[in-house]
Design a protein around this ligand. Structure first.
Ligand code: H53
Length: 836
């Protein structure tokens, strides 16, 4: 407790193209003044938190002008604006990245150092904003960085959660969830805009008035005030600052007292305000109850309605009729959570603008595009019709109309095929299918890796794709090399720049030039040094935080991601157990020393995943305290995995574990971050792993296990028989038995759920089936590692071929193919940066 992941320092030589124009002297003076004005006290007497806040405030001053200029330029040029709606934005700490993108990093570092301060310490004061959960949210944050850095007029639209998902603490090996009070000390990056607040309406009923033209009058509703907070999104040294708009729910108490719900009693008004504010209290409220479900649905509508109202208000100030809307505005729906954008835009066009259904529908479809991020059935949202009707009565009628309109066109295409029509309908069996609504209401539907898109097109959404094939396309995910190399691994960034020059930061495909140096002894020597330095930094953190000493000369093998059955942390655990058994049998066994690193959160109600955490920690206790294996293996579970911790783990990792059951991981993005930092992937042929293999070549990645096709074929045949595999493999049998036979002395029956799911419930995720091939893959890995020049060549190849996994590439594709933004029309020229 109390130990936070640190941050890396950037070297002065990493300065990019543009100069901020601010000198060290100026910075020092500005900073001193800022502290004095904010706190009425001298720099020497204020706390680190005060120093940090003053620094953020100063950086905000510096970016105010480019922010204003950017908005002004958009207004003047009328450039088409993109709005990326997402329920999550996992931003990570912003001080470092904003300084870096503003080109102010070196100046700030120098100025602070001359004032006797350390930028690293102040960066560490920042809490990770609790605005996301996993890959989806972090991807959205990478995309914001890329849009601004590419010069694209693209903004984020999200929620300002009062509390994050939860803070994970490990108590006696178990996950315990604590409130993630990330806003406790304030968040100095955003600007509250009360004057731009809008009202969002829930509940009530709809009266239909017909005098010539049908009118829908929404009455008896409850109003919630949506207040926007704007966060600047700084482009990389291009003078551009876009906006991430986060919405917070508030009640205007003065009005509440007079409202029927509040009566005239102050106490009641306060209670009422609490229920209103609940809307933006937490991400993913527990939806196991009716109230919980209603809260989630309200939260989604809140984001969508507030966001759209503000977009339209802004549009009206600068443009004419809403008919032109799709030429000026693109709205992107990140997963199904913001799909209500579709009926909400229709509502505005129909009820407020009085457009005809055809006009309104065409505008909506041309404006909207949707990304699917999963094929997991539990993540493809559906809502009970009753609940939907109660919470959103007007939208319900609109969704019903869309459904009818759509089913009519299905009927024309497939007359009499009721089964197909009911499978494809938006409303069926009293549920509203949000993914169906998304496909119908958007002009583009994309998956996030080639395999994932193929599965969508040929399996999950096959019938939709047969009906409108032109909508479906692939956009393989990417991550920003600015945060995931330059900022988190400055020593590597420096080595790359020394070797091939600085252009790669903006043109990541130029990393391919490293290939020529990959067998070069001097380069390899430096690469090794960089890795070691990063391992030392991680080991220091682990020692301080967890009291465990890591051997920095061992292989650092990491699996850090959400804990989920399909991601198969259990497979990793069983393999470590088998390795441990081998060492116990033969303490002289010649294996490379290994450090197995785990991190990740399990959803609060996901019991078996929570037990997986306990399983990992039980294994860690056993292995780390067994002197007989002479520290050949260590296991650590790092508490509270988040962006900042990832920034520490990824640069220090040698082996990247990407081992989901093939077909389940839509893309994965951790896999990309690890490869950029020179880790070698051990992985299944799933998600973007396949494309990583294509990029690096099969010698530079270790793949194992069933392919997606094989997995899907097994499912079609009703599964496989895990007993056979269990009987045939002695080492595997031993570890599976050890889950329940007292091997973990204090565990009792704790891991019986794992045991049963593997043996008695058909091993749905093919853990046993893939075990032997996983073990063999690890042996290959060890062989390669022993031959250091070969290993380092593999590491270099991974870095060299990571360019196509830059989110700059991905978003250039979104811009041209989906949003139809021509680079040469951009106010901040991005044409040179288009890297298709
Ligand atoms: O989205 C990532 C993918 C990853 C996928 C993840 C994701 C979430 O984090 C949350 C919800 C959801 O539907 C999907 O699991 O494979 O890389 C970004 O596309």
């Amino acid at each position: 407790p109390g130990v936070k992941p640190g941050t890396a320092v950037l070297d002065a030589a990493q300065a990019g193209p543009a100069d901020s124009g601010i000198t060290v002297e100026q910075f020092k003076q500005d900073y001193r003044n800022k502290v004095e004005r904010m706190y009425g006290d001298g720099l020497e007497r204020v706390s680190d938190l005060d120093k940090y806040n003053a620094l953020v405030s100063l950086v905000r001053d510096y970016l105010a002008e480019p922010w204003l200029n950017t908005k002004e330029k958009y207004r003047r040029t009328g450039a088409k604006q993109v709005y990326y709606f997402s329920i999550e934005f996992l931003l990570g700490r912003l001080l470092g990245s904003n300084l870096y993108n503003l080109g102010l990093n070196e100046v700030c570092q120098q100025a602070l150092s001359e004032l006797g301060l350390d930028l690293r310490t102040l960066r560490q004061v920042e809490e990770d904003p609790g605005l996301g959960n996993g890959g989806l949210g972090r991807l959205a944050a990478c995309y914001l960085d890329s849009m601004a850095s590419l010069g694209l007029p693209g903004h984020g639209m999200g929620m300002r959660y009062r509390y994050g998902l939860f803070e994970q603490r490990i108590v006696d090996g178990y996950q315990r969830e604590y409130a993630d009070d990330w806003l406790m000390d304030g968040f100095y990056w955003d600007v509250r805009k009360p004057a731009e607040a809008v009202e969002v309406r829930f509940g009530g009923n709809v009266r239909i008035k017909s005098n010539g033209k049908t009118q829908y009058i929404h009455e008896g509703y409850e109003t919630v005030l949506a207040v926007p907070y704007d966060v600047p999104v700084v482009g990389y040294r291009n003078g551009m600052v876009n906006t991430l708009r986060l919405w917070s729910a508030e009640a205007r108490l003065s009005e509440v007292v007079c409202a029927p719900q509040g009566g005239s009693d102050c106490q009641k008004a306060v209670e009422y305000s609490q229920t209103v504010e609940e809307l933006s209290n937490i991400l993913y409220p527990d939806d196991s109850t009716y109230e919980g479900k209603a809260l989630r649905l309200k939260q989604q509508y809140f984001l969508v309605s507030a966001g759209l109202q503000s977009i339209i208000r802004n549009y009206r100030e600068n443009n004419g009729h809403l008919r032109e809307f799709p030429h000026k505005i693109a709205i992107h729906i990140n997963d199904t959570h913001p799909v209500l954008c579709i009926p909400e835009l229709l509502r505005i066009l129909l009820d407020e603008e009085q457009l005809t259904w055809e006009e309104a529908w065409n505008i909506t479809v041309q404006t909207m595009s949707y990304t699917n991020h999963t094929i997991l059935p539990e993540a493809l949202e559906t809502w009970p019709e009753d609940l939907f009707r109660t919470v959103l009565p007007r939208l319900y009628l609109i969704v019903r109309d869309i459904n009818e309109y759509y089913c009519r066109s299905l009927w024309e295409a497939y007359p009499g095929d009721w089964d197909r029509i009911s499978r494809m309908a938006i409303i069926s069996y009293n549920r509203i299918h949000m993914a169906h609504l998304a496909i119908v209401g958007c002009h583009s539907v994309n998956g996030v890796a080639e395999l994932h898109t193929d599965i969508l097109k040929n399996k999950i959404m096959k019938e939709f794709c047969d009906f409108s094939p032109a909508k479906f396309n692939n956009k393989t995910n990417g991550v920003t090399q600015r945060r995931w190399v330059s900022l988190c691994n400055p020593a590597l960034a420096q080595l790359i720049t020394d070797t091939i020059g600085p252009r790669w930061v903006e043109h990541p495909q130029e990393l391919a030039q490293l290939e020529r140096h990959s067998a070069d002894t001097a380069f390899q020597h430096h690469l090794l040094k960089v890795k070691l330095q990063n391992k030392v930094a991680l080991a220091k953190y682990v020692k301080e935080k967890h009291g465990i000493t890591l051997d920095v000369n061992s292989i650092f093998d990491s699996q850090v991601k959400r804990i989920h059955a399909y991601k198969r942390q259990t497979l990793n655990v069983l393999h470590i157990m088998a390795l441990y058994n081998r060492l116990k049998e033969n303490p002289l066994l010649d294996i490379e020393p290994h450090t197995f690193i785990f991190g990740g959160k399990a959803a609060v109600n996901y019991h078996i995943a929570k037990n997986t955490i306990k399983l990992i920690n039980s294994l860690a206790d056993l292995v780390n305290n067994d002197k007989s294996i002479r520290d050949k293996i260590k296991v650590v579970f790092l508490e509270n995995y988040n962006v900042s911790l990832a920034e520490l783990i990824i640069p220090a990792t040698d082996v990247s574990e990407q081992i989901p059951t093939a077909s389940y991981e839509a893309s994965g993005t951790g896999n990309m971050k690890f490869m950029m930092n020179g880790a070698v992937t051990i992985g299944t042929l799933d998600g973007a792993n396949i494309e990583i293999k294509q990029a690096v070549g099969e010698d530079n990645i270790i793949v194992f296990g069933l392919t997606a096709e094989e997995v899907l074929a097994y499912y079609r045949g009703g599964g496989y028989n895990p007993w056979e595999v269990y009987q045939d493999n002695e080492r595997l049998r031993q570890v599976v038995d050890q889950l329940i036979n007292g091997f973990f002395p204090a565990a009792g029956d704790l891991f019986r759920g794992h045991f049963d799911s593997l043996l008695h419930q058909g091993d749905h995720f093919f853990v046993l089936k893939d075990f032997a091939s996983y073990e063999a893959a690890h042996q290959v890995l060890d062989e390669r590692y022993k031959d250091r020049p070969v290993w380092l060549k593999m590491c270099s190849a991974n870095i060299a071929h990571s360019g196509r996994f830059s989110s700059d590439r991905t978003f250039a594709e979104y811009a041209t193919d989906i949003w139809h933004i021509r680079p040469d029309t951009l106010p901040f020229s991005a044409s040179e940066k288009q890297i298709r």
